[in-house]
Ligand binder design. Structure first.
Ligand code: PLP
Length: 408
């Protein structure tokens, strides 16, 4: 058999173990320990948790369009697996490019109405790769202070001059753009939609400033692709600036089937350069065929009809208006990320736990994930929630809110 684990001996190993145990204790002591609940069913609006807990109503996945367990998406994955195998055992430029990878890149570019696209193992990788490949010490990048961790890390890896502007603050962005005029190229980088607050970047204003100060605009559309805008193309479609945003990074791991993968889409020479220079692309394995199959089918479904995206918007509206009427404050606007603002960290934790006792899975967020005093429970709406699911969630919130003093 496998036997029991072997503990490494020697002073260094013992010291390391002590240091790690102390660090883990500190995390527990700070109250920021992250527990992982184990799901024993497919991802979807109704879950079964390991060790019991059937029929749990799920409001905390990024499964915005309900495609993660869509029968046609699963079937497409099975077919791709059978035809193209388990995986490529190679990076793209050695022997890891199949016809399905090229087809998916072409489909992504068409979906976003851009010239070309390049696939990565994740959007984290797409963000890690782009800034270093594109920007030199002669250039500048201007980044919203609340951008996703992967954008922050990607920017850290590049040698451009770095400016951080206050969250969605156009005055501050303008001041930083003025300061950055001395550099060869300016790139404004922002999340299209911010995942903690459910707020949407003011892209019209950002693009106007970019035009005024001769800058390029980059958006991370992980929480927008597939469902924001009349046809689900994203924040740029929603705000009417598809022709003004130069570069889009996004994920295949949320609304677009939820398997994994990310991409950059934009001008052809940029995509060509990324294939030559982007380190997470050059030095990491190709996306597995089944994963490619899922995303490709998800895009087909979205390009056939905008009904799924529209249905999600209607459900989001139902939840936001009923919760507001019940007396809760919901942050953001018109986005399926609906943060129920509670303020107190303990209140958010206790209420989330009590919601689960009532069969509703939601997650509380507190400092350091969000600012002190701004603890919240984040609810995420999906197109596959029924009106009854949403009403049940609102009723449970109302009961739990009254019980714990969040509502009068
Ligand atoms: N960017 C944003 C805004 C995200 O929310 C995420 C996902 O957590 C990522 C990037 C990373 O995407 P992926 O899961 O494909 O690595």
């Amino acid at each position: 058999g496998a036997g029991s684990p072997r503990a490494a001996s020697g002073t260094a190993a013992v010291q390391l173990r002590q240091r790690l145990e102390k660090e883990l204790e500190d995390i527990r002591g700070a109250g920021t320990w992250k527990n992982e609940r184990v799901i024993a069913s497919r991802q979807g609006p109704h879950l079964r948790l390991a060790g019991g807990g059937a029929g749990i109503l799920n409001f905390c996945a990024n499964n915005y369009l309900g495609l993660s367990s869509h029968p046609e998406v699963i079937q497409a994955a099975v077919e791709a697996l059978e035809k193209f195998g388990a995986g490529l055992s190679s990076v793209r430029f050695i022997c890891g490019t199949q016809s399905i990878h090229k087809d998916l890149e072409e489909k992504i570019a068409r979906f976003h109405q851009r010239e070309d696209a390049i696939l990565y193992a994740s959007c984290f990788d797409a963000n890690a790769g782009i800034f270093e490949a594109l920007l030199t010490p002669e250039d500048a990048v201007l980044s919203d202070e609340l951008n996703h961790a992967s954008i922050i890390d990607g920017i850290r890896l590049c040698k451009a001059n770095k400016y951080r502007y206050k969250h969605m603050d156009m005055q501050d962005l303008e001041a930083k753009l003025q300061e950055a005029q001395k550099h060869r190229l300016r790139l404004v980088a922002t999340d299209g939609a911010f995942s903690m607050d459910g707020d949407i970047a003011p892209l019209r204003e950002i693009c106007q400033l970019a035009q005024k100060y001769d800058a390029l605009v980059f958006i991370d559309e992980c929480h927008a692709t597939g469902f924001l805008g009349p046809n689900g193309r994203g924040t740029d479609e929603l705000l009417g600036v598809m022709d003004k945003v130069t570069i889009i990074n996004s994920t295949l791991g949320k609304a677009l089937g939820g398997a994994a993968g990310g991409y950059t889409t934009g001008p052809k020479p940029l995509i060509d350069l990324l294939r030559q220079r982007s380190r997470p692309y050059l030095f990491s394995n190709s996306l597995p065929p089944a994963v490619v199959g899922c995303a490709s089918k998800a895009l087909d479904l979205l390009m056939e009809s905008n009904a799924i995206a529209q249905s999600m918007a209607a459900k989001t509206q139902r939840f936001r208006s009923k919760m507001t009427a019940a007396g809760f404050t919901i942050s953001g606007k018109d986005h399926p990320i609906c943060p129920v603002m509670l303020g107190d960290a303990r209140l958010a934790a206790v209420m989330a736990e009590d919601m689960l006792n009532r069969g509703i899975y939601v997650i509380g967020f507190s400092y350091p994930v969000v600012p002190k005093g701004k603890a919240r429970i984040r609810v995420q709406i999906s197109a596959v929630h029924s009106d009854e699911d949403i009403d049940r969630c609102v009723e449970a919130f109302t009961e739990v809110g009254r019980k714990h003093g969040a509502l009068p």
